[in-house]
Design a protein. Sequence first.
Length: 208
Amino acid sequence: MTEDDAKSIIAADVSRETLENLESYVAALLKWQKAINLIAPSTIPHVWERHILDSAQVFKLRHVDSGSWLDIGSGAGFPGLVCAIMASELAPDLSFTFIESDLRKGSFIREVARICGVKVAVLTRRVEDAPAQNAHIISARALADLQRLCDLAFPHLAPDGKCLFLKGANAEQEIIEAKEIWQMSLETHPSLTSTDGRIVEIGDLSRV
């Protein structure tokens, strides 16, 4: 997939204004990357496919268009900030909160949100130390294995909430291990950007 292909897939679902906001996000990312390691340098030539489209596909799996969306271990804002930018047009009643312990990365998320005119909350602390968020959607990417993600998400998940976690080739093994400790309803969705990637959708989460 080329960068133009990735951008075209996103453009089919959003307005020109939203696409311009995503372009502003990418421009800020590349600018800040010179001072802060926000993404792996090897992914810079493929930023639209590896980061923007990879995140945008999560937004399409949301089960609600209102309520609270929590992104944990946000890093450079993937997938949550892409979803917040898309939601400003497509689901404006969703509110977004980001938990990121790195102060510089938290500042980056705030700056991109300001540039794009998107209202978000950023908590610069560890997920374990944050107050319960009662979130209807919790997202994460490249943060931890699935068992640990369930540990982190559970205190913040609303009773009818769902988790959307981007996982790689080890997804099936991680699911087996997570189910030793957690009960859940679970569905996996193939990734648009990786042949062995999966988006793991979890609901009805409770300890075994």
